[in-house]
Design a protein around this ligand. Structure first.
Ligand SMILES: [Zn+2]
Length: 347
């Protein structure tokens, strides 16, 4: 195991997840040869607004993703303040998400549970918005929606997770407005408790009781209990993808074919400078419990190149409606291709 330690040396910024990277390095030794670099914002990449998406594959949808709407959702979340598990601010955020999803015609369920954390028992709630498809088989689009707990810092998480929540709500509006029933049923899932209560991702966890991904681990357990796990064919996770200097490397844990479809679609839509091929060492996220349960999953995340990660200045001026629109558009355009691939794949 000691031989795999160099990952920590090359990526000091990913402290939260660095501890987990050891086991990932075992699983993906080749990908870890190249270290993710701490990217500086590149002036050449700022002007994403000007890029054409004229070559975009036609998407069978009636409404277009509106970046300003996504931005409004982020503004609202930030106004609620720090949104830690069990807080009134997170309850308000939840009410907001539920009402938004319902207003766009999604059927919404919430699942409350109690998590044992290093700070004691915490009440957590996962949210699921459903768009019924032709098939009972499910594709999950997901984000966590709580902010990380800090004792002494007012942390509002505009990008983590404001942007991914805003993007997901807006994707729900677009999908629900479609003229035809999608081939698959879609669940838009908002996880509680992704973040560690201790400073680092692995500071307080034990192998059988990690201090992170409380909501997603509970979600997978519930699916198993209700014998629904087999319905879920893929999960697309959004996390920290709203930075105005957006650059998404390939999360090394993600399922390759799923990632390939999204990255190829992104490039075809003219966003090759955003969907780049360098590895993004993340070390674990809400997709991990699904991967462990045998579900193909991909994480769209910019962790190492986001200078405001887990800082008080992860504020709304760091994110852009254009970045959220690009991710929303690319994921939406990828869905028919993902559906096609799943339909052709033997179970
Ligand atoms: Zn975070």
């Amino acid at each position: 195991m000691g031989a795999l330690l160099p990952l920590k040396d090359c990526d000091a910024t990913a402290n939260k997840r660095a501890g987990r990277s050891l086991c990932l390095a075992l699983a993906f030794p080749l990908l870890f040869i190249a270290c993710p670099r701490d990217e500086k914002p590149d002036a050449g990449r700022v002007g994403i607004a000007g890029k054409s998406s004229a070559s975009a594959p036609p998407a069978p949808i009636a409404a277009a993703f509106n970046g300003e709407r996504a931005m409004d959702h982020v503004r609202k979340q930030v106004e609620f303040g720090a949104r830690v598990p069990g807080s009134p601010e997170l309850a308000k955020t939840r009410e907001y998400i539920v009402n938004e999803l319902k207003s766009h015609g999604l059927s919404v369920t919430t699942n409350e549970f109690v998590a044992d954390t290093p700070l004691g028992q915490k009440r957590m709630v996962n949210i699921t918005g459903q768009i019924q498809g032709q098939s009972k088989d499910v594709i999950i689009l997901a984000s966590h929606y709580e902010t990380k707990y800090y004792k002494d810092m007012h942390f509002v998480g505009a990008n983590d997770p404001g942007a991914s929540v805003g993007t997901l709500i807006e994707m729900g509006r677009v999908l629900a407005a479609s003229n035809e029933k999608p081939k698959f049923t879609y669940w838009l899932v908002f996880f509680d408790g992704e973040e560690a209560f201790c400073e680092g991702w692995d500071d307080c966890g034990k192998p059988e009781a990690p201090d992170n991904t409380y909501g997603s681990r509970h979600y997978v357990e519930e699916l198993k209990k209700q014998d629904q796990l087999d319905r879920v064919r893929a999960l697309i996770l959004l996390d920290m993808m709203g930075y105005k200097n957006l650059e998404l490397g390939r999360d090394t844990l993600s399922t390759r074919w799923l990632q390939d479809i999204i990255w190829k679609t992104g490039r075809e839509m003219g966003h090759g400078s955003i969907f780049v091929d360098r590895p993004e060492g993340v070390g674990g996220d809400d997709h991990e419990p699904f991967l462990r349960a045998g579900i193909d999953a991909v994480d769209l995340i910019q962790l190492n190149g986001y200078p405001y990660w887990h800082r008080a200045d992860d504020t709304i001026d760091k994110i852009s409606s254009q970045s959220m629109k690009i991710v929303g558009d690319v994921v939406l355009a990828s869905l028919p291709r993902i559906e096609e691939r799943l339909l052709s794949k033997a179970r």
